[in-house]
Design a protein around this ligand. Sequence first.
Ligand code: C2E
Ligand code: MG
Ligand code: MG
Length: 712
Amino acid sequence: MPQANMRSTTKRSSSTRTKVNNFLAQTVIDALSPHVCILNKAGDILLVNQAWRNFYDTNSTVLIIDDYFIGTNYFKLLRQSEMTDSDEVDHLAEGALQVILRKLDEFSMQYSFHSPIQKHWFTVHITRFKNDNEHLLLTHENITEFKLTEEKLSRTAKVFSHAREGIMITDSAGSIIDVNDAFSKITGYSRSESVGKNPRFLGSGRQSSSFYKDMWHEIIRNGYWVGEVWNRRKSGEVYAEIETISSVCDPDGKIQNFVALFTDITRIKNYQSQLEQIAHYDALTQLPNRTLLLDRLAQTLLQSQRNKKSVAIVFLDLDGFKAVNDTHGHAVGDKLLITMSNRMKDTLREGDTLARFGGDEFVAVLADLDKVHSCKPLLERLLQAASAPVFVDNLMLNVTASLGVTIFPEDNVNADMLLRHADQAMYTAKGQGKNRYHLFHTAQDIVLKTHRERLEAARVALTKNQFVLFYQPIVDMMLGKVISVEALLRWQHPERGLLLPIEIPPLIEDTPLSLELGEWILNSALTQIKQWQSEGLDIHVSVNISALQLQQKNFTSRLAEILSSHPEVESHCLELEVMENAAFNDLEQVTSVIQDCLDMGIQFALDDFGTGYSSLTYLRVLPATSVKIDQRFIANMLTDPNDQAIVEGVIGLSKAFKCQVIAEGVETTEQAKALLEMGCNLAQGYAITQPMPASDIPAWIKSWRPDATWQT
Ligand code: C2E
Ligand code: MG
Ligand code: MG
């Protein structure tokens, strides 16, 4: 028994020892932080530590009851759990086999474990025990945190290196410690060329030192700054970037780094400035356009008020440019304009502006003038620059310029009006013979202003029926007979009384009003003829027609219409007078108009004969029925032998051309007598009577007797 006891004691003590050993081993491995697991050579789990158990407790989908693992095949367990890629399990099993087969002393690998909660990474290490071919020791180290940090870092690194923005990191002292690829791409400087340098080496010099001072002030105060910066690439090219600079602080709030992120916006900037160019500059000459000029002019005016200086506004129009364009084509014209612009610009001082207003019109703004006259040399230089010949495509082109100038603040109006005044003065320069400048005078403006006002008043007069016709008889001095009356325009002005027409026809000449008035006169005269007829007076009426009215395309048809609207009046009662000195653009057309009138039965007189340059031509060409000798010759014929000769000549010629001849402005009996002697019987003038209202005509005609002395 004792032996048996002893044996049994020995047995008991050895099993106790094993239990103790196992317990010790368990306690030791439970104290280890890596997951530890002992497998047999078939891969079945013999022992796991607490860390391993805990991990599976929290991360496995499989319900773990105490020693559930024990006896389970480790690799099968991994596969079943489907939380590790099967490739990785295969690799791990293969490694274990290699160690068991003593082909490897140990094996380690990293594998991942996708628990429903999170992804874990482990480094698994497999070894044998010393002198033991039966067991494997597996330790897992959880490297998830390390892996996550690594992933994060690599992501950051990827962002850093793949970012399209240039990134530059400096230390707190401002030395570059890292830059990314985009930085190198944008700046042209590699990482090694940049690291260690201060970002100042990229400076273009376009920003002032105060710009950088403000920028740093803001970074320190707010922790960041955003703005546009012009820098210089390694190639020397200046580029624009939009940049964000942020400071990075340590947990104590001390600045550790500055990170600058920037994007190259040169293309956007170029596009912007292109748009600006289009909006503010003339495409052909690259000179400022009207918009930019108005802007600069407004600024210059303000500045001149502060500095107590004058500004000259010069409106410049090329003379003869249209001919160049018409003869040689637009391409040549364009080249001429470019050369001209450059030349004229060169004559100006810095601070002056030359702009193109379109076509061959330019405007120069000459600033900072001490006196009105100090702009004169500049104007002379502009004229010279414009008049020097220009060579284009082997052609020598000659143009000149007409300049209109107004001076601010002498001409104290706004920018818009200044330009208008300069423009008006330019027209005066043209009218005075071109290739010169003309200074705008405020007085001149007043004339123009009153002209405008008068024109408006005349328009109102017509609508308000303030015009009336007076009539002046034309008589045969020999027979003592009234042959016709001339209708003469008067303005019954509500305040100024009866006004003579001297002001009116020239005032409204070249305006549509003159045509309207012309038709009104014709209608009134025809109405008057009818009125007299109804009073038993049958008389012819002469109506004055302006050259403009006569040269209207539809003159004859309008005249016919007017006549047909007075059917009671026969056309032979009407005579038209047109001034002989009128400028007829197309003599052939005028001839045919007069002929048409004659065909309608209307008589035609050449008024104020002898005053024009082409009297003889007109007399020869125009089929007029009468000629009215201008009153200036009549007035002087008794004292001036030349005038007498002219009067005699006109009388002779008229007779030769079978025209009636009428003397105008006969004021004295002597004149009447002399005219009769020369063979001119028909006359009109104060010696006979002044023009009178229509209502006075019948009684006057009835009572009129020729002066008895005329015939003697
Ligand atoms: P006109 O057609 O040669 O008219 C004659 C002008 O001589 C009239 O001036 C008349 O009053 C003036 N007169 C007549 N006798 C004498 C005289 O003995 N001595 C002087 N010094 N002058 C005399 P009025 O009415 O002032 O007209 C001036 C001009 O205005 C006219 O010259 C004519 O060219 C234009 N005119 C007048 N009425 C009309 C009209 O209805 N239509 C157009 N288009 N022009 C008109
Ligand atoms: Mg007349
Ligand atoms: Mg006349």
